[in-house]
Design a protein around this ligand. Structure first.
Ligand code: 3HC
Length: 286
């Protein structure tokens, strides 16, 4: 059985990308944000991304209209009542995610509905046990930019049912056309467990004055053929998200390699969060 109506909580970089990709694949989406100005920003982000698709001839104007018309915007959890799945993509904070899942548990009527988290690093079990249906909860972790990157990590907790795992896998692979990899429920899963220490090492290198951000990034782009260097990638992910993921992983493993360096903390405190604030390791205002 395929999914026809899905809820997405959070209209930031990840939530709007997830909503767009689902709508492109014919699924009706209800996107929830906390207030109308944030919803407007999410709608504008999706519009801009669809325009890129039109410009590069991936979709035409009528397809763009059809995709946009499948997405409705709300501030109410109660609008999720008929959803067959809800994907949470709010900011990386355990308490906020738990509160969100309690709301979903209260409002989503279908007892078979899947409640998925796009968390980058918070163990799924911590969220699942706060609901009355932990067997329906799993992690579905997308990658930024969601319309471009093919991967989804599927993370069952110890109590996720086999049926939920198979339905979530089929959804991501067959309905969205993503490549699905499965990870055990450990903070960081597969990709961030490898990526975050790499990015933190690059930040430590810049902090120590070992090399400039430009040269660190050029080293990895030109020397290893990465599409972008680690500091440009941190700016793309968001320095606040990078720090939150690092903190979750440090809490889980107690390994120094996951500890956020002071330079990252200071930049986040200063509001230099990367592309989204136009300032991070690079200046995007110019
Ligand atoms: N929406 C839609 N399409 C987009 C897009 C977006 N936001 N961003 C880029 N594209 C499309 C462009 O239209 C273009 O398509 P075309 O080639 O058919 O015209 C294509 O992607 C390439 O884009 P650009 O030419 O603008 O730029 P680049 O070639 O420099 O690619 C990039 C940009 C796709 C961001 C590339 O640099 C890249 O893949 N970087 C690595 C990103 C990465 O590692 N992401 C993972 C982050 S980790 C994560 O998300 C997990 C989290 O938990 C932390």
């Amino acid at each position: 059985m395929s999914f026809e109506q899905i809820g997405v909580v959070g209209g930031g970089l990840m939530g709007s990308g997830i909503a767009e990709v689902c709508a492109k694949n014919g699924i009706k989406i209800i996107l929830r944000e906390t207030d109308s100005s944030v919803l407007e920003a999410a709608a504008a982000r999706i519009e801009k991304s669809l325009d890129r698709g039109v410009k590069s001839n991936k979709i035409d104007e009528s397809q763009k209209e059809a995709i946009s018309s499948r997405i409705t915007y709300t501030t109410e959890y109660s609008d999720f009542k008929d959803c067959q799945m809800v994907i949470e993509a709010i900011y990386e904070n355990e308490a906020a995610k738990i509160e969100c899942f309690r709301e979903l548990d209260n409002h989503v009527v279908d007892s078979q509905a899947i409640l998925a988290s796009n968390t980058s690093s918070i163990p799924i079990m911590k969220i699942a046990i706060e609901t009355n249906r932990p067997e329906n909860v799993c992690g579905l972790h997308f990658f930024n930019p969601v319309p471009v990157l093919d991967l989804v990590e599927l993370i069952p907790s110890l109590v996720t049912s086999k049926e939920t795992i198979e339905r979530a896998h089929t959804f991501a692979a067959n309905q969205l056309g993503k490549i699905v990899v499965r990870s055990q429920d450990r903070a960081g899963f597969i990709v961030n467990a490898l990526l975050i220490p790499y990015i933190l090492s690059a930040i430590r290198m810049a902090e120590a004055g070992f090399a400039t951000p430009e040269d660190i990034d050029a080293g990895m782009v030109k020397g290893c053929n990465h599409p972008m260097g680690p500091l440009a990638l941190a700016d793309l992910i968001g320095l606040d998200t990078t720090m939150s993921v690092a903190i979750s992983m440090y809490e889980e493993f107690n390994e120094p390699l996951y500890a956020p360096p002071p330079m990252l903390r200071r930049m986040v405190e200063a509001g230099h969060l990367g592309r989204k604030t136009q300032r991070g390791f690079y200046d995007y205002a110019r």
